[in-house]
Design a protein around this ligand. Structure first.
Ligand SMILES: Nc1ncnc2c1ncn2[C@@H]1O[C@H](COP(=O)(O)OP(=O)(O)O)[C@@H](O)[C@H]1O
Ligand SMILES: O=c1ccn([C@@H]2O[C@H](COP(=O)(O)OP(=O)(O)O)[C@@H](O)[C@H]2O)c(=O)[nH]1
Length: 236
């Protein structure tokens, strides 16, 4: 990949145990090893991890007993827990990593600010960006695109459940065809659901490439970045 500084977006589910438990040391260590390999290969990496393995605000508030803003606050806190777990696993894998949270909680981790984050990236540290955007009604996909734009990342790598963008949801349509490359406009026109709409609209406006690949293969993040694993590139 012709990219040097990448924002890697992982969904919270990437930390789950095979039996569905929200967090598993083995899964976490494998993921950290993968990111360590990419970092050692010279990629500068900022990470955004979701909280969907614990709470998704929209789903929780749909039950009616809690309002959306409160449920989203709980979702943002879930991303902080995942980020601290990932930071710990990355440090154990030999990669200096630090969590920076959009929601200020100075006794737990650094508060996100752009200049220090740029400084950490320049030094080759992995920054784990927690707390989403710090605002309800957004997702960590939007946080990923926002931070990638702020931190001058060359691309967002969305490491997800499927190995690219398809002509239809591959989990529902076995005849869906995988794209190698397409433009933001094409993805929006065909309603391909690469990311949520707010995130994708910002990526289009910023002309930010989005790489979509699977988090399931061993060493998938490093392999996608090195070009040896399949992925779809959405770029202008
Ligand atoms: N056109 C499409 N191409 C690829 N995946 C799609 C498409 N439409 C829907 N999906 C679904 O989107 C899911 C990934 O998106 P999302 O739920 O945002 O992931 P995450 O939990 O990683 O944020 C995949 O599991 C896939 O089934
Ligand atoms: O800027 C943000 C980012 C996240 N969230 C909340 O945090 C939850 C977890 O994030 P997300 O659903 O994006 O996680 P993922 O699906 O990637 O695991 C979301 O559902 C929201 O409730 C939020 O309120 N604002």
């Amino acid at each position: 990949m012709p990219y040097k500084r990448i924002l890697v977006k992982l969904s919270g589910e990437a930390l789950q145990a095979p039996d569905g438990y929200w967090l598993e040391a083995q899964t976490l260590a494998a993921l950290a090893g993968d990111i360590a390999r990419a970092s050692e290969a010279g990629f500068q990496i900022a990470l955004v991890i979701g909280g969907g393995n614990i709470i998704r605000g929209a789903r929780m508030s749909a039950a009616g007993w809690i309002d959306r803003a409160t449920a989203d606050s709980m979702g943002m806190l879930a991303t902080v827990m995942n980020s601290l777990a990932l930071e710990t696993a990355l440090n154990a894998a030999g990669v200096p990593a630090r969590t920076m949270s959009a929601v200020s909680m100075p006794t737990i981790c650094e508060t996100y600010a752009r200049q220090p984050a740029l400084h950490h990236l320049d030094k080759g540290q992995v920054v784990v960006l927690a707390g989403g955007t710090g605002n309800p009604f957004f997702t960590t996909d939007t946080s990923a695109v926002l931070r990638a734009a702020e931190l001058r990342c060359d691309a967002v790598l969305k490491a997800t459940q499927v190995d690219g963008v398809y002509s239809a949801d591959p989990k529902r349509d076995p005849n869906a065809k995988r794209y190698e490359r397409l433009t933001h406009d094409e993805a929006i026109a065909a309603d391909l659901k690469v990311m949520d709409t707010a995130a994708f609209a910002l990526a289009r406006e910023q002309r930010l490439p989005i790489v979509v690949g699977s988090v399931h293969a061993p060493s998938s993040v490093a392999a996608i970045l090195e070009g040896s694993a399949p992925a779809t590139v959405v770029a202008p």
